[in-house]
Ligand binder design. Sequence first.
Ligand SMILES: *Cc1c(COP(=O)(O)O)cnc(C)c1O
Length: 242
Amino acid sequence: MTIADSGASDSSRYLHIKAAVERVNAQIQEACQRAQRAPSEVCLLAVSKTKPVSDIEHAYRAGQRHFGENYVQEGVEKITTLAHLPEVTWHFIGPLQSNKTKEVASHFDWMHSIDRLKIARRLDEQRPVGLPPLQVLIQINIDDEASKAGIRLDALTEFAAQLSAFEHLTLRGVMAIPKAYASEAEQCASFSRLASAFHQLQGSYPSVDTLSLGMSGDLEPAIAHGSTMVRIGTAIFGQRKG
Ligand SMILES: *Cc1c(COP(=O)(O)O)cnc(C)c1O
């Protein structure tokens, strides 16, 4: 491949990602209109896991500022490589083992998948002095799936009270990864349960303003149920390998 070729394919990749970011933002706008909500209430988080740094740069150039990563090492490498880009907010959205909390505490702005006190305590202790508190979401296992991370809804009140005591963490809300529902009614029941728990939490904690719900396949019902942050990978960057 010549340099000219690689330049051409780079610019077509940029145009592709730019169009996708615009398409997803339009979808968010439409979903907000249908739900009679202001589009400014919903933040688009671009999930860039497994995708190259150049894809993130393209999305950034297209105006995207929030990025989500699932794997600690990969995420930290990308954050370090892209440290020169102003105003990027990095979200850790994957499962986290306690031996990797320091990396997340040191590099990320948000953490979506807290479901154990031990992890929270370590993140609090390891958040470097000089950085603002880590913005955290409690992951909820809304469908009580044995295979899935997250706390049960009935444990939310107590867990939130424990998290809110940490000085270097700010509790911002809740996050869920729903299952594949058999029907719209089932999805609606699950999303409604989560939304009402979120509203209840908001009543108790002024810092709580974020319901992280909705991916490429369920953005619209998530927004209809009050999501304030949609995590979109495939619809922006295309299918992931493997
Ligand atoms: C991968 C991932 C996403 C993005 O999913 P898409 O279907 O590609 O939009 C969102 N949230 C979490 C937690 C993920 O792991």
